[in-house]
Design a protein around this ligand. Structure first.
Ligand SMILES: [Zn+2]
Length: 187
């Protein structure tokens, strides 16, 4: 066996042999032993593989899964899935809120530029009180329902609730707008 250091040689064959020692004939075993004696990289691989095989064959306390491990593992997967879904819901709600705020901003600019300060303060106070009440009620309902709803139903429910909130807010904006327009035509 010719094995000069640094010279590329057929390690593949020996690596294969190292990893499947049980499949070797006695001639192959000798051939491998001769190669390992002269080849540092294959010697290293052989030692590592022997160590790894020992660890795999002998159930170490650390390698053996603790009781309830698979259940906990499944639970953690479930948790991760849940977190992913919650992230999606949060993203959806964020988008809703951003569009809501944009609509409110456009409305506010129009409203505040066409009304007297007194009207603005009165309307805003009234509408805000109503809105706050509606939001609080909705939030209470949502937190109650989410407490016992399974995750599968939670997502559609939250989406529906978010849509309902958006619709309510838009209705609120439109009603103030209408009120303002009516006042203007009366005056
Ligand atoms: Zn080698």
């Amino acid at each position: 066996m010719n094995s000069m250091k640094g010279k590329p040689m057929n390690h593949k064959k020996f690596e294969q042999m190292i990893l499947t020692p049980e499949a070797l004939t006695s001639e192959e075993r000798e051939e491998l032993a001769r190669h390992i004696a002269t080849c540092e990289s294959c010697r290293k691989l052989s030692l590592q593989w022997q160590k790894a095989s020992r660890m795999l064959n002998k159930p170490l306390p650390m390698a053996a899964p603790a009781p309830g491990f698979s259940a906990r593992f499944a639970h953690s997967i479930e948790k991760r899935k849940e977190a992913e879904q919650q992230k999606q819901v949060r993203r959806f709600i964020t988008i809703l809120l951003v569009s809501l705020l944009s609509a409110a901003l456009i409305f506010a600019v129009t409203y505040y530029s066409t009304n007297s300060l007194e009207t603005i303060i009165k309307d805003t106070a009234n509408a805000s009180a109503q809105m706050l009440f509606l939001w609080e009620s909705l939030k209470a309902i949502i937190s109650t329902v989410t407490g016992f709803l399974p995750t599968v139903l939670l997502i559609p429910f939250l989406l529906t609730a978010a849509s309902a909130m958006l619709t309510l807010t838009l209705l609120w904006l439109v009603s103030i707008w209408k009120l303002t327009l009516q006042k203007e035509t009366v005056l």
